[in-house]
Design a protein around this ligand. Structure first.
Ligand code: GUN
Length: 285
């Protein structure tokens, strides 16, 4: 294997240690960051993610409040909870774990969150601020990827950046963030012709489609940086990413693994957003 493995675990640890000090200082000044985590239904992956997020909060000294709602919760009930959390001065930031059950309109849920408490940076006001280059909060996964690149001395300016996937959570904001760092950005999706050919142009390739190991060794230019955001399970219940790690790590100069890669970075940025929200609200007094 020739590629350097970029460790999200290590960088996330560093960020969390810094946040711990910030939170201690905030508390001395009477500011107590608190994240409300809302989970609706019984999706096992969501349960794991929510538990990890609560553990991160505890590590840093951020209070977390979990609201675990039944699968049968109505949209109105969920919206009522969000209004209550919006109006609760103790709550700094709100996260509604995605996906929500099918009978709930996720867009309405996101719109209901006070943009000043938007831990995920999903609200259109915050997405718009990011789009015009004046972000308040940052989208957790794309910002985590950017921090991982920066920490490892990987400059984006002038580089061919290819993002595979166009979700609102990752693909689209990732493209905007790479562009804001002066990358030349291409976004690929299910209708892209010659995915392999386009990916092979990339100096920096970010895969975020959630399709097991679709990025093969032949998709990667020698020396490219390959970031794997995808997480899926194979028929044998094995956790894999969007990238065929064994093959790609022979060709790329740097690559992330499906565990210990982007995931911890996503959560580290979530913690940053929570602290930022607490500060914003404290300054407004
Ligand atoms: N589901 C998968 N990723 C995320 C995320 O970053 N935030 C939320 N709220 N839900 C998710």
């Amino acid at each position: 294997m020739s590629a350097k493995v970029l460790s999200g675990t290590e960088l996330a640890k560093k960020i969390k240690n810094e946040l711990k000090v910030t939170v201690e200082d905030l508390k001395k000044n009477g500011v107590h960051p608190c994240l409300a985590v809302v989970i609706v239904g019984n999706d096992p992956a969501s349960r794991i993610y929510v538990n990890l997020k609560k553990n991160d909060c505890a590590e840093i000294g951020i209070e977390s409040q979990e609201y675990a709602l039944d699968e049968s919760t109505t949209e109105e009930e969920l919206l009522a909870l969000i209004h209550k959390l919006n109006n609760d001065p103790k709550i700094s930031a709100i996260l509604v774990q995605s996906p929500v059950p099918k009978h709930i309109d996720e867009d309405r849920v996101i719109l209901a969150i006070n943009p000043e408490k938007d831990a995920d940076c999903f609200h259109p006001v915050n997405v718009g601020k990011l789009m015009i280059g004046k972000p308040e909060f940052l989208p957790c996964t794309p910002a985590g990827v950017m921090e991982l690149l920066e920490e490892n001395g990987i400059d984006v300016a002038g580089k061919e950046c290819v993002v595979v996937g166009r979700s609102n959570i990752v693909g689209k904001p990732q493209a905007i963030m790479l562009l804001s760092k002066n990358g030349t950005v291409t976004v690929c999706h299910s209708r892209t012709k010659n995915l392999e050919e386009v990916c092979k142009r990339a100096d920096i390739l970010v895969a975020a489609v959630g399709r097991a190991e679709i990025i093969k060794g032949s998709f990667v230019k020698p020396g490219a940086v390959v970031i794997d955001v995808g997480v899926s399970k194979t028929a044998e219940d094995k956790l894999v990413g969007d990238v065929d790690f064994a093959a790609v790590s022979e060709i790329a100069s740097a690559v992330t693994k499906v565990t210990g890669g982007v995931g911890p970075m996503t959560r580290a940025v979530l913690m940053k957003n929570t602290v930022k929200a607490a500060k914003l609200q404290a300054n407004k007094g």
